[in-house]
Design a binder for this molecule. Structure first.
Ligand code: BDP
Length: 696
């Protein structure tokens, strides 16, 4: 049990469960599988999955021979399914239906859909029913994704390093592609298809133009071929200055006809190699990347340049809104909105603007990004981070389901109550058909893919929520625990408690009460709230917490940066109110005196220290909880997780001690009674150097 199998772990179910299922799974019928790679893929997954879970593979046959058949077919590929007249109309291109049926007097199950892709998702859902020990005796399930583009974003470089990747090297062996096709590529596609992911951006948003050269396009095409039967399209991050760097032009100005021709030619070349190429992801005029503003053009003009080149073949441009400018005195949290919202209505219809969940940058907790809801005429897609750049990398356990849920369920009030972020992202709020959600992948060459077993849950929950953003973090965690470990009730109870407590614990020991961006220089791992000497103001933790003798927090009300005004009126009013905003985001929006009374009855200083302590206590508790499960888990995964939890408990204390020591030196306050003294002096923490923190 090294974790390689992810949620495709088809270890035998408990004996009793196996015996219940077996009579229902005697025969598998998949008409047309010889002619179709996609159907063949489904057939082999079902044989493998059922065979493993029940320790008996179903017979693959052409005709129904008795009770216990599973028929996987579209109405077109099977007259038997056609005759059932099942309600497939509203299920679109990727939806499916799983239903118990009686055909010619025999009892069985039909998995059907309008397309082979639908059958694929139906097949994986069916396997999930078995993995989660759900009865299939009278099933009637239909499923359909709410969001169109469900993508992973790999921040993988051509030299196999991964930006903010903490699980080894890139899984793409660029050098040996296209000749060598690592079986991992197929397993990657299986794992993604199983959770409904239908696209992948192969390379880093800080892109090298080389990705668009013929040599590298051939490599991308080889991957696209592996992924195709699994319904996964390939996308590329495009460097805006590519026409200059690899095209020999003197400009990349969107208004230049030669530049336009260059992109059209490039798009044609890509589509010759990858007929179902998905499109481009672009980071432009952000953190030193080239972009249209270099030529005095807007983000919309830049996006439309690429969009027009892709349009004839149905490709899309995902244009990122993660921008903040050097020397711009405006609150960093406001800059993306200021740049993009005035452009609403100027983007072509195959452009979608990709917005991070919060206005700064993947912090342990941020309010939802004010752009959600603010651009009625432009489709916006969500960008979540799965890799935990600011939440303890791969080392700490932080289940991100609650964070995704918190953001998706947040109400923007853009069109009155109920205008949730989900409704922006699924297109229903403003009637957009182009919809998407992206997760920055936490995948690498480590045997367990994500650096730890629990990190796999973040990839898993991202996919499940991308398919259905109404799922709760809790139900997905429960499924994941069952699939990953077992159905044991103790394991499920304690595992669930651990997962659901973990993200808030990280918030508490790193950035409690709405603080953000407090990490040390050179990496995003350890504490450095004292840092105030970096070239750009908004790179410094001191810029974010603004702590001094009198108080702490970033005033984003009308008296301060007025970032609250970027939200719809009811949200703005809530965020602007000290008592209304809630303690979890208090210091994100308010600068308050240390003796400000918070909801708990403590003063602000007391609450800050209390939350740091609480985070440390939860991290220690995670260790104890895990140890109580030793008998329920295989030694290999148990041991690795136990060791990582020890790292987390130690580092939670480091975060807490360093931060409390620093804020105490600033506030001049005494530690509240009952809270522990930091183990070392502030100077000690300030002198720590971590030049080799992973992925810095
Ligand atoms: C920040 C990362 C940086 C990324 C950037 C981005 O620190 O490595 O390039 O986001 O999203 O979080 O473009």
């Amino acid at each position: 049990e090294d974790g390689y199998d992810l949620w495709l772990r088809y270890q035998p179910l408990e004996q009793e469960t196996r015996h219940q299922y077996r009579p229902q799974l005697r025969q598998l019928l998949i008409p047309g599988r010889e002619q179709s790679p996609a159907l063949n893929t489904i057939a082999s997954e079902l044989v493998r999955g059922v065979g493993g879970l029940l320790e008996r593979a179903p017979a693959v046959s052409e005709h129904i021979r008795g009770d216990g058949f599973v028929l996987v077919a579209t109405p077109q590929s099977s007259p038997l399914v056609r005759a059932e007249k099942l309600p497939l109309k509203g299920l679109g291109d990727e939806g499916y239906l799983i239903r118990s049926v009686k055909i010619r007097g025999h009892q069985g199950t039909v998995i059907t859909a309008n397309s082979e892709r639908g059958l694929l998702y139906g097949g994986f859902h069916f396997l999930r029913l078995l993995q989660t020990r759900t009865s299939i005796a009278e099933v009637d399930i239909s499923g359909q994704p709410r969001i169109g583009l469900r993508l992973l974003n790999h921040w993988d470089n051509l030299d196999r390093t991964v930006e903010r990747g903490y699980a080894g090297q890139s899984i793409w062996d660029w050098w040996n592609l296209p000749d060598v096709l690592d079986p991992r590529y197929t397993d990657y596609a299986r794992a993604n298809a199983a959770i409904g992911i239908n696209g992948t951006v192969l390379n880093n948003v800080n892109a090298s133009a080389d990705s668009l050269t013929p040599r590298y396009l051939a490599k991308a095409a080889a991957l696209a071929e592996v992924f195709r039967p699994y319904g996964i399209r390939v996308y590329l991050s495009a460097r805006f200055s590519a026409p200059v760097e690899i095209g020999g032009l003197t400009t990349a100005d969107p208004k230049d006809p030669e530049v336009q021709r260059w992109w059209q030619g490039k798009a044609d070349e890509i589509y010759r190699l990858i007929p179902d190429f998905g499109g481009f992801l672009v980071k432009a005029n952000s953190e030193g990347q080239p972009g249209p503003q270099d030529y005095g053009r807007s983000h919309a003009e830049g996006a439309n340049l690429l969009a027009r080149a892709l349009k004839p073949r149905g490709g899309v441009v995902m244009w990122r809104a993660f921008v903040y400018q050097q020397d711009n005195p405006e609150d960093r949290a406001k800059q993306a909105y200021s740049d993009f919202v005035p452009l609403d209505g100027q983007f072509d219809d195959n452009v979608i603007v990709q917005v991070k969940n919060g206005p700064i940058d993947f912090q342990p907790r941020e309010p939802f990004h004010p752009m959600f809801g603010a651009m009625a005429k432009t489709p916006l897609m969500m960008e979540f981070q799965i890799t935990k750049e600011y939440l303890g990398f791969a080392s700490h356990l932080a289940y991100l389901g609650p964070m995704y849920e918190e953001v998706l369920k947040a109400d923007t009030f853009a069109r009155g109550a109920g205008s949730t972020v989900t409704r922006v992202v699924d297109g229903s709020l403003y009637g957009h058909r182009l919809t998407g959600i992206a997760g920055v992948a936490n995948i690498g060459s480590d045997r367990d893919w994500s650096g730890s077993t629990f990190n796999q849950a973040n990839w898993y929950v991202f996919g499940r929520m991308a398919w259905n953003p109404d799922l709760s973090a809790e139900e997905v965690a429960r499924d994941w625990l069952k699939i990953t470990f077992s159905n044991n009730p103790t394991l499920l109870d304690i595992g669930l408690e651990m997962m659901l407590a973990s993200r808030q614990a990280v918030v508490d020991y790193m950035t409690p009460l709405g603080l953000a961006h407090l990490m040390a220089t050179g990496h995003h791992y350890g504490p450095g709230p004292w840092v105030s000497d970096l070239a750009r103001p908004e790179w410094n933790p001191a810029y974010y917490h603004r702590a001094d003798r009198n108080g702490i927090g970033f005033d984003r009300t009308g008296d301060g940066s007025n970032a609250v005004a970027q939200y719809a009126a009811p949200v703005a009013a809530r965020f602007a109110s000290r008592s209304g905003v809630g303690d979890d985001l208090l210091l994100w929006f308010h600068h308050l005196p240390w003796d400000y009374p918070v909801a708990s009855g403590r003063d602000l200083w007391g609450e800050l220290v209390y939350r740091y302590d609480r985070g440390v206590a939860t991290a220690q508790n995670l260790q104890d909880q895990w140890h109580s499960l030793e008998n329920h888990i295989d030694p290999e995964r148990f041991d690795k997780t136990a060791r990582l939890l020890a790292v987390q408990a130690r580092e939670a204390k480091w975060w807490r001690d360093a931060s409390v020591a620093y804020f105490q030196s600033v506030s001049g306050r005494r530690l509240p009674a009952g809270s522990a003294q930091p183990s070392h002096s502030l100077e000690y923490y300030q002198q720590q150097q971590f030049p080799w923190a992973p992925g810095h």
